[in-house]
Design a protein around this ligand. Structure first.
Ligand SMILES: Nc1nc2c(c(=O)[nH]1)N[C@H]1C(S)=C(S)[C@@H](COP(=O)(O)O)O[C@H]1N2
Ligand SMILES: [Mo]
Length: 514
């Protein structure tokens, strides 16, 4: 083995490990930013380092001790990687085995971090798999370009040597772009999480009216009246959750206004904030679907900021824009209504908005589907007209306006459940945001509609629970539900698809009674 081929093999090892790290950082964006193997190994070293080593590092490098550690780790890793490359050339598959061992160490480091789950190993495992494959492919190509036993040498411009160099350079470039980009994005996400945890929301000036006694039915399996943040459905076009620093976040109201407005996060928090409970729903929710949730929001009325901006006559729409470019078109007059809790929300169920639900600020408008109202990571309101501007989903075939349609869902029993004969609860939720629900009815096997018992609604802006006491007889049965809103409008049973402005139809389940 010549010194030159050893140098190539060592480079192949370093590039392979670099590619492994890049893939791991990329996957960590999707799994959890803290599942990055480089950071996890670094943290493990910090935890395991004897006190004298920590003291020495701090004495030498002061507050740069963490950077020193990462540099040291990277140099060590590069040396091992170079060794693995040489080993793979000299005695395959030993180099690949060394990479595999590195992966095992990193996976242990990642999964033993505080709060880690088994899934945190995924970035490391996939990264190392790519690294091993790449090392194998590189060394095969390198070997083909080396002198053969009969003395024929592939020249530097031979096809096999070019194949090796092309793969080496290509994967090195890809690893740098993907790795650095993903690492920065992961770091930004971790920073946002730290900032978010440090925020204490102000007390509301107007608290939500207490939830009425009897709003929650005691039925096992029914949707909880308030949806916990971690169970709240998530719908957006963001490949990666935007990482926004509230310090630099600004909200601007522009367009057809007398007075353009700009406000920062601290200024927003200093305004009198209201609490309200509002049910949010996606236009893509199928009949019986789960893209609906009910939360306690804390926020500032949108109408009050709009009033300060003084919209010009002729304006009829507000185009809200998020930092990631998503837009929603909301009728101006709905946002200006005195009796509608259309808010810039900063809190969700008692904590700052979770990043995936719009941190630091999102809109919530009772009675409209999310796609025309609930802009997360909101940064701009443009007062305009429906003639002049259109929003993200309108440009893709959905209606420019999206009032929520009346709906109802059976939560228990589950579709296709097997239940025992006798009295049992059929129960679920019904909604007609900003109008309210007057009644819910259930029918079995196409028989007469029977009134279900309604729980006490929190308000017309929230869903309401219902229950029907059913005396189940043996056999297979179909159960359907329909709701009637406070204006007396009954839910239509026509099968209407979700496109372009929301599904219609009665939710129906089938159960087997034994
Ligand atoms: N920035 C941004 N905001 C958005 C969306 C989006 O894609 N990007 N989707 C909207 C849609 S379609 C819905 S239904 C709600 C969902 O809000 P959630 O994810 O908090 O439940 O957010 C709305 N706000
Ligand atoms: Mo949606």
């Amino acid at each position: 083995m010549t010194a030159q081929s050893r140098a190539w093999a060592a480079t192949a090892g370093v590039v392979s490990v670099g590619a492994a790290l890049a893939v791991a950082e990329l996957i960590a964006l999707m799994v959890a930013p803290q599942s990055s193997p480089l950071l996890a190994v670094g943290s493990l070293v910090i935890d395991l380092a004897p006190p004298w080593a920590k003291d020495a590092a701090i004495a030498l490098f002061g507050t740069n001790d963490k950077i020193f550690l990462l540099v040291l780790l990277s140099v060590l890793l590069a040396l091992v990687a170079a060794g693995a490359g040489i080993l793979q050339l000299a005695a395959p598959p030993r180099g690949v085995i060394v990479l595999g061992l590195l992966g095992v160490i990193a996976a242990i480091a990642v999964t033993t971090r505080a709060q880690a789950t088994g899934a945190w190993a995924i970035p490391t495992v996939l990264g190392i798999a790519v690294g091993c494959l790449l090392l194998h492919m590189l060394i095969v190509r390198l070997r083909r370009s080396l002198p053969t036993p009969n003395g024929a040498t592939a020249s530097p411009s031979s096809p096999s040597r070019r194949g090796f160099v092309a793969l080496l350079a290509g994967s090195a470039a890809a690893a740098i772009v993907v790795g650095v980009g993903s690492r920065l994005a992961n770091a930004a996400t971790i920073t946002t999480q730290t900032i978010r945890r440090a925020i204490t929301l102000p007390k509301p000036t107007t608290t939500a009216a207490p939830v009425p006694a009897g709003a929650s039915l005691d039925v096992e399996g029914i949707s909880p009246l308030i949806t916990a943040n971690e169970n709240f459905y998530r719908i957006d076009t963001a490949l990666q959750v935007p990482a926004i620093d509230p310090e630099t976040w600004r909200l601007r109201i522009v367009g057809m206004v007398e007075n353009e407005i700009e406000i920062g996060f601290d200024e927003l928090l200093a305004l009198p904030l209201d609490e309200s409970i509002t049910t949010l729903m996606c236009v893509s929710n199928e009949v019986g679907g789960s893209l609906i949730g009910n939360a306690l929001w804390l926020g500032y009325p949108i109408r009050d900021l709009l009033a300060r901006a003084r919209p010009l006559a002729g304006a009829d729409m507000v185009l809200s824009r998020s930092v990631d470019g998503f837009t929603a078109s909301t009728p101006l007059e709905i946002l200006q209504e005195e009796d509608r809790n259309a808010i810039f929300a900063v809190g969700m169920n008692g904590e700052p908005l979770p990043p995936e639900h719009g941190f630091p600020v999102r809109m919530v408008v009772p009675g409209l589907y999310g796609y025309v109202s609930a802009t997360k990571w909101v940064m701009q309101l443009e007062v305009t007209t429906f003639d002049r501007a259109s929003a993200y989903w309108t440009d893709r075939g959905w209606s420019e306006r999206g009032p929520v349609k009346i709906g109802s869902r059976i939560d228990v029993p589950a579709n296709r459940a097997s239940v025992t004969a006798g009295p049992m609860a059929v129960a679920g939720v019904a909604w007609a945001q900003h109008t309210g629900i007057r009644g819910v009815q259930v029918r079995v096997d196409g028989g007469d509609w029977q009134d279900a018992r309604l729980a006490t609604a929190i308000s017309s802006d929230t869903w309401v629970q219902w229950v029907y006491e059913w005396d189940a007889a043996a056999g297979t049965h179909d159960i359907e539900v329909r709701a009637t809103d406070a204006d007396g409008q009954a839910q239509s049973g026509d099968d209407v698809p979700v496109v372009p402005n929301g599904a219609e139809g009665w939710h129906s389940i089938s159960v087997t009674v034994g």
